[in-house]
Design a protein around this ligand. Structure first.
Ligand SMILES: [Zn+2]
Length: 296
């Protein structure tokens, strides 16, 4: 009897390679500005008793007070529509903040209910999280989301299938490509489209620290060196840059300037598309249909 665990001898992700669909209107590359509006839920998810630890909560509370209003003001000033992944609990706890996001015409997408990280061992809990968040987005904001980003970034086959069956067109969590592709479920069926994330664009890694788990913070020149370098090569390759930005990080005074300078530089090339997640997914489906027609 072997001591080595019996793991399927196949790639964990069975999706086909990403197709080389062109970007619309002659664009050479795309930058997807996605915000994860976690607020306090990022700090409650591991331990609900944190809710009464008010200074811990205040990291997340910054989003409604300052981070989101400042980001909305900036996005309005440059006429950029973004995608905001919002947990259901955040919609209930910070309704006015979320209504302001909708009012400005941004896309609102699914980000769990209480920011629980999906895990194949907690299927029943994950389905309840997923469906409760759908209900809250609809009831409170009138939104039926078509995009999903996994809280704390994990996902699995049964949940991908559930998402698809609930009308989710795209996921934006996986780290394995620089172009969108369509998931293939383990039963062979088609899953949602993936808008893969480049982890270099997760602002939490550079700008979040606290006393109990202190981490180095990185300034503007350091972050821009990474972001601009990743963007330049992705643009050469005709790919997609997907950002994972948190208003409790990028909504901080200096850090909003990092985002501002990055977006201004991307736009300066004149060939970079800055769409919402839904716009990318619908473009992908259009290309997919055309390719299908060409094949048939
Ligand atoms: Zn999150």
């Amino acid at each position: 009897m072997s001591l080595i665990p019996d793991v399927p001898r196949q790639p964990a992700n069975r999706a086909d390679p990403a197709p080389a669909y062109p970007w619309p209107d002659g664009h050479r590359c795309a930058v997807f500005t996605g915000f994860d509006v976690d607020a306090e839920s990022a700090w409650i998810a591991q331990d609900p008793t944190h809710y009464d630890r008010l200074v811990s909560m205040s990291f997340g509370g910054y989003e409604a007070r300052v981070g989101v209003p400042k980001l909305l003001e900036y996005l309005r000033s440059i006429g950029l529509r973004s995608t905001f992944f919002i947990p259901g609990w955040v919609v209930e706890a910070h309704t006015r903040m979320c209504e302001a996001i909708v009012k400005d015409g941004h896309e609102v997408a699914h980000h769990g209910y209480l920011h629980k990280r999906p895990d194949p061992t907690t299927w029943a809990h994950d389905v309840e999280e997923f469906d409760r968040a759908l209900d809250v987005l609809k009831r409170v904001l009138g939104v039926t989301p078509v995009g999903y980003r996994a809280p704390s970034g994990d996902n699995y086959d049964a949940l991908l299938k559930h998402m698809r069956d609930r009308g989710i067109l795209y996921s934006s969590s996986f780290r394995d490509d620089i172009r969108p592709y369509r998931h293939r479920l383990r039963d062979g069926g088609a899953g949602p489209i993936e808008l893969p994330v480049n982890m270099s664009f997760d602002d939490w890694l550079y700008g979040m620290s606290n006393r109990l788990s202190p981490r180095p913070m990185f300034g503007k020149s350091h972050v821009l060196e990474i972001w601009n370098g990743e963007f330049d090569q992705t643009r050469e390759w005709g790919g997609l840059v997907t950002m994972v930005l948190h208003p409790q990080v990028t909504g901080r005074p200096m850090r909003i300037g990092i985002f501002r300078d990055f977006v201004a530089r991307c736009r300066s090339f004149g060939d970079c598309w800055l769409p919402t997640g839904e716009e990318i997914a619908r473009h992908y489906m259009k290309c997919e249909q055309q390719a299908g027609r060409a094949k048939g």
